[in-house]
Design a protein around this ligand. Sequence first.
Ligand code: ZN
Length: 435
Amino acid sequence: MRNIRPGLSEGAEMFQIHTSSVFDPKKKAFRKDLSFVVNSKTGLIMDIVSRLEPLPEKISPPDIDLRGLTVLPGLVDAHTHIFLHAYTETPSLNQMRDESFVERIVRATNHVRKALMAGYTTYRDLGTEGMEDADASFRDTINRGIIPGPRLFVATQILASSGGYEIRQENTGKTVVPLISDAADGPVGVRAAVRRRLGAGADVIKIYADYRRRQLRFPMQAWPGALPIQFPPTNRNPNILQFTQDEINATVSEAKAAQCPVAAHAGSDAAVIMAANAGVLTIEHGNEADHGGLAAMKANKVIFVPTLAAIEAIFRDGLPKCMQLTKRAYQMGIKLATGGDTGAFSHGENVRELELMLESGVPVEEVLTAATLHGWESCGGDWCGRRFGFWEKGATADIIGIKGDPRDDFQALRRVSFVMKDGKVYKRDGTAIEV
Ligand SMILES: [Zn+2]
């Protein structure tokens, strides 16, 4: 008798997954000896059973034996860019300006496969960076089963104010470069931009609350042989606000009316405060935030996505401050989600964000909750139309198994042995399954 529940084998589409150690994000604790009943047709968890009787040593198919592994809900990277690859390989300027549309699509196909094999079943992808609205169609190719990859929640183009986020070129008006933002101004203008994004298929609105947008005042050397500006000022290209409070309020109001979450890029304390008070769901980076920004995030129940892995990759000197800020946010009870700004460093290395959050002083169980349950909340929770990142009847069967116990050895998260998304197995015994 293979089933612990009589009659279960009669439903051909049902199977069980037996586990010995499971991380439960809602309890922020590990649980022993659970079995999941999964419906392969719907991709949902139909039941979760605490086993009282021992199982036979050998489990017969179609049931799956994950005893001996640590089992978690599929991981969520809450801040990614599928069309970007590591800046150490190619600077972002050249990726956006020089790489072909086709190359970037093909690269993204590789990126999402690597992410899935690393245990990431969901990506919140925050801006195409020059690829127009291609992320929406790319999402659909995964949802149609054409290529393997995480479930994508996409932003399409990001919202910035006029001139606020562009590929900087001195030969203005003479060379054509891709747009990297949907520029909008004024409360009416930003409402229209949100409507354009929704029309293009966005799952989430991404707005730049601030940016270093005065780059062409004292331009950097952007091509071989370009001469340097000889005596640059100390405030060469400061991080400054993009919008007024009214504009961000209008953005959030318009998005919320469509049950669409808003993610705000905000580096400075002023931008974090403005975005938090406007009611955005998440704040990305916050790398120059201080008391005011943290207090505003706390007061407005904002989820903080500190993107430590990208800061390590791009502004290494700023990492210690960002790690301290992350710890303070945790101590204040601000919800954290793990989003690496993955793409600035390699897809498949996503778990670096979890490692840095742990090193910041956030406990293991909190980091794992940030990477699962809070990831789902960052996608809009029930607004996204699917439940994942935690265990309950009717939740999506996104289930991963890792070798080792992350409480003893956090590197276990780099030893992903089993990956299931929507009830379908993509990796087993450490080996990718061809689809
Ligand atoms: Zn980003």
